[in-house]
Design a protein around this ligand. Structure first.
Ligand code: ZN
Length: 302
């Protein structure tokens, strides 16, 4: 089976030609979420057309960073990235441009499907996945299948469980969401609103790579933000664990590039707090965070 996957990220739109679970070719372009979904998709159309001209492609899978209805092939969420996406006819786009059928999935759910089929959750039917990046992505598998729920938002919205405070969420329109307390997009607000003085306040585009550098230099603000983020992420995982009763927690996303210290701190925090009389949860890092979404789409397209 040969498919094309398109991962609509906030920073990049990634596409891949995949044959029987192996990425044959891939292409990435900057996202234009401000310019809209049509503009962003047009950045990969010529590549998909090239692939179609030389391969026998069975279909296209698109992963979207928000709530989708896979049956209707429509984006449901109207907040967050690509605000016009809920109006876009993805199925019509795939048919008119390439004469191919299409599946549309949430990006974290696709990542979980990729880890389940090819990666860290291979052979494990009950697991949860947490993606720490621009925001907090999440997904859960039970009995070997992705949990979807009545309105296709089970698990994937766990980063929006309120955690207190009054910071507006950049993604869901809510207030005090977990990801508004611990994510890359929230970091600038967290730094600006902290009473602790630090040269970190002069940084214009803070991210976790920068936060790590300040932590290593012993900066009090950086250390306190790191501690706060770990505590939020631990609680989001506990919410997933209590909702879906997994045996394995898979951690993914760009923030994990922090290294083993972060992975170990999250794991320790969860294991210390988790009420799991049956034993200890297993933890694993995503085996290939950059590829799991596109591979998951390929798997779901079956
Ligand atoms: Zn939110």
């Amino acid at each position: 089976m040969t498919t094309v996957s398109v991962d609509l990220g906030g920073t990049n739109v990634k596409s891949a030609l995949i044959k029987d679970g192996v990425i044959v070719e891939s292409f990435s372009a900057p996202s234009r979420s401000d310019a809209g979904i049509r503009e962003t998709l047009s950045a990969v159309e010529h590549v998909i057309m090239d692939w179609k001209n030389k391969s026998d492609i069975d279909g296209i899978g698109v992963a979207f960073p928000g709530i989708v209805d896979p049956a209707k092939k429509k984006v449901v969420s109207r907040e967050g990235k690509f605000e016009d996406a809920w109006l876009f006819d993805f199925e019509g786009w795939a048919r008119e441009r390439f004469d191919l059928p299409l599946i549309l999935e949430n990006d974290a759910l696709a990542a979980a499907a990729g880890e389940h089929a090819f990666g860290a959750a291979k052979g494990c039917g009950d697991f949860v996945l947490l993606i720490l990046g621009t925001g907090i992505g999440a997904s859960a598998f039970m009995d070997g299948k992705p949990v979807r729920g009545k309105h296709n938002q089970a698990g994937i919205t766990m980063g929006h469980v309120p955690r207190g405070g009054d910071r507006p969420c950049a993604c869901c329109g809510g207030v005090g969401c977990s990801e508004s307390r611990a994510s890359t997009w929230a970091l600038g607000y967290m730094i600006a609103e902290s009473p602790i003085d630090s040269p970190l306040k002069n940084e214009t585009t803070p991210d976790f790579k920068l936060l790590k550098r300040y932590c290593e230099e012993g900066d009090a603000l950086a250390v306190s933000l790191f501690e706060e983020c770990v505590s939020v992420w631990v609680d989001v995982i506990l919410s997933l664990v209590y909702a879906y009763d997994p045996e394995l927690v898979v951690l993914s996303g760009g923030v994990l590039k922090w290294g083993n210290e972060l992975f170990d701190r999250i794991k320790k925090g969860v294991l210390e707090k988790a009420w799991t009389e049956w034993g200890a949860l297993r933890f694993a890092a995503a085996s290939d965070p950059d590829a799991s979404v596109v591979l998951g789409l390929h798997e779901l397209a079956k």
